[in-house]
Design a protein around this ligand. Structure first.
Ligand SMILES: Cc1ncc(COP(=O)(O)O)c(C=O)c1O
Length: 361
């Protein structure tokens, strides 16, 4: 079967599998914040409706200034992008025809972008048997052969986070070998404090490039907002490569309000802390393996029946629950399911079905 490349496509899955189901599927396959979008966003978009009749301010000055203040960097360290996806492709373009390493399993668009720009890619793998740990010595030794390393932190689909000391070690080594480290932080806002904002490292590590996305935290995949943080000389080159007016004119009106909404972030973290704690406890009791995720999704495998993941996927689907298959995550071979943490009620429904699975086998 030709599985869809990304999660969050319940209607497509129904069509593909020929499922004639009136009932809406509960979607655990996308890793968006179930609390979002913030309640004020609709009114702000309505208020700014007339902006779509004009071209955006090409400098996106409102957003850039707010992002720079928010991150504690200068405005020339920031490039606003059409979501995290444009950020990935712009950075790949910067390394056209060069050499990279990608650590799998991870978000598939790094590889697609690298192939598009004829980048020579070496695949490296997290140590699956060791809770998807980074092979730090191996990677560090290989840096001298590469121009850039792509790292997803927190990583999609495992939800795991490369330790700060390991990242620092790679950045130090990369400085010596003139290798850039690109860190995609699309899920960073879900991490519970204390966390270090990596933008504070930009001054010490000119080889660090950070990719951000507002999509996941605020549940706004349709608005397309992301940004790149890097040293000014890189930002300048990327800016020249960017398609004119790549970011729409409504974005400048919403970015400052989104970044100022601290209460929304606090609510999100409170929900995630409470729900992830109870979900992981229950899953462990039911004898499922879960990755030591620090964010709003995790990989799951049945410890008692590790080879029956596909069957489990269909069992959940029959019971109205859509999870994310892992066939197109290199290294996983479909042996895990990626599952999002949702609202209390939805998580309970998922656990009920998993209990049925456990009791039925
Ligand atoms: C790790 C990662 N980075 C970037 C993106 C793309 O985000 P955006 O929707 O902002 O383009 C995704 C989307 O799934 C993702 O998982």
């Amino acid at each position: 079967m030709k599985w869809p490349n990304h999660g969050g496509q319940p209607e497509k899955i129904k069509q593909l599998l020929n499922i004639n189901m009136e009932r809406k599927l509960l979607d655990f396959s996308a890793n968006l914040n179930p609390l979002g979008p913030p309640s004020w966003l609709k009114a702000t978009l309505d208020d700014n409706y007339e902006k779509i009749t004009r071209y955006p301010d090409p400098s996106y000055s409102n957003s850039i200034l707010t992002i720079a203040n928010h991150e504690g960097v200068e405005q020339d360290n920031v490039l606003l992008t059409n979501g995290g996806a444009e950020a990935i492709f712009l950075v790949a373009k910067y390394f056209e025809n060069k050499k990279t390493m990608i650590v799998h399993p991870t978000f598939s668009e790094y590889e697609r972008a690298c192939k598009h720009y004829h980048i020579d890619v070496e695949d490296i793998f997290y140590e699956q048997e060791n809770d998807f740990n980074l092979q730090i010595t191996l990677i560090s030794e290989k840096l001298k052969e590469k121009d850039v390393l792509f790292l997803c932190r927190p990583n999609n689909p495992t939800g795991t986070v490369v330790a700060e000391e390991d990242l620092q070690l790679l950045l130090e080594e990369g400085k010596k070998t003139e290798t850039f480290i690109v860190v995609d932080e699309a899920f960073v806002d879900f991490l519970l404090p204390p966390t270090t904002n990596l933008s504070t490292w930009l001054a010490s590590y000119p080889n660090l490039i950070l990719l951000r996305s507002l999509t996941k935290l605020y549940t706004i995949p349709g608005l397309r907002i992301g940004y790149i943080l890097a040293r000014p000389s890189i930002i300048n080159v990327l800016k020249n490569e960017q398609i004119p007016w790549s970011v729409n004119s409504l974005v400048d009106a919403v970015v400052p309000k989104l970044l100022e909404d601290r209460a929304f972030i606090e609510d999100t973290r409170a929900w995630l802390y409470e729900q992830s704690k109870s979900v992981y406890e229950m899953l462990a009791e039911l004898d499922f393996y879960t990755t030591p995720s620090q964010v709003n999704f995790y990989l799951l495998r049945d410890k008692k029946h590790p080879n029956r993941t596909e069957e489990l996927f269909y069992f959940l689907l029959e019971h109205g629950i859509l999870t994310r298959h892992t066939h197109n995550f290199k290294g996983l071979k479909g042996e895990f399911l990626r599952i999002a943490i949702r609202s209390k009620e939805e998580n309970e429904q998922l656990l009920d079905v998993l209990r049925k699975w456990r009791n039925g086998l």
